[in-house]
Write a protein that binds this ligand. Structure first.
Ligand SMILES: [Zn+2]
Length: 232
């Protein structure tokens, strides 16, 4: 999970938000079992949300439409806070696994919210298991550490396949770091690998930045952040 920069509410959502929300809140009130959004509303939202995360799940960073279906995650569940069902800051792009894992959990705002706080300051990576855990700096902030653990559990971020992918990515970045360390002049091949690593659509940015930083290259992690934000 990394920080996402959310643009202001798109006009295409502003125009229909009230009507779409009423459709959902009315259906909850009268018990009619309709989907929370029409296919056309979902189509509009999906396009907007995929741009927000560069095509990845906002939580596990899996590439959507490639490894998993893309779904729309409501930070506050649409049954818990139905009035927020089309509230722009409440919507995230997510894979089906993360979305269904969290389900209708009523977390009262305790879960990490990657558009308003920086997960890189809150999460840490276990280098042996690929598991996420609270950042060591949170030892002095048990309430924040609890939020991190609850988020990891809610979205199922310790699932085995995900931990294995994180280990693979750690190995890939560490191999790259060793190669540039041994070269007086960076080879073309190394440059090409670097471009692939920092491509904004690449999966597991959290892992890439974490390994670069711990590997003594925090400035490269910063380049990756800027590239993701479209600043360089
Ligand atoms: Zn996911």
């Amino acid at each position: 999970m990394i920080q996402l920069v959310r643009p202001t509410e798109p006009e295409s959502l502003t125009r229909f938000r009230a009507r779409w929300t009423t459709r959902w809140t009315d259906s909850l009130r009268d018990g009619s079992r309709i989907d929370w959004a029409t296919p056309s509303a979902k189509r509009i939202l999906r396009g907007l949300l995929l741009a927000l995360s560069r095509g990845k799940c906002a939580f596990c960073e899996g590439i959507l439409r490639l490894t998993s279906s893309d779904e729309i995650e409501h930070y506050h569940a649409k049954t818990v806070r139905p009035e927020l069902v089309f509230d722009w800051p409440n919507l995230f792009p997510a894979c089906g696994i993360c979305n269904r894992s969290k389900g209708d959990l009523d977390h009262q705002g305790r879960l990490l919210k990657p558009d308003t706080e920086n997960p890189e300051l809150l999460l840490w990576l276990n280098p042996d298991t690929g598991e996420l855990q609270p950042h060591p700096a949170l030892d002095a902030e048990p309430e924040q550490a609890r939020r991190v653990k609850e988020t990891i559990e809610a979205y199922g971020l310790q699932r085995g396949a995900l931990c294995a992918q994180r280990i693979e990515m750690m190995d890939e970045v560490n191999r790259w770091l060793r190669r540039i360390d041994n070269q007086a002049d960076i080879s073309q091949e190394c440059r090409e690998e670097w471009e692939k690593l920092i491509h904004p659509s690449r999966t597991l940015k959290f892992v890439i930045r974490h390994v670069l930083t711990l590997g003594g290259q925090p400035q490269l992690a910063e380049i990756d952040r800027q590239r993701f934000r479209g600043q360089v």
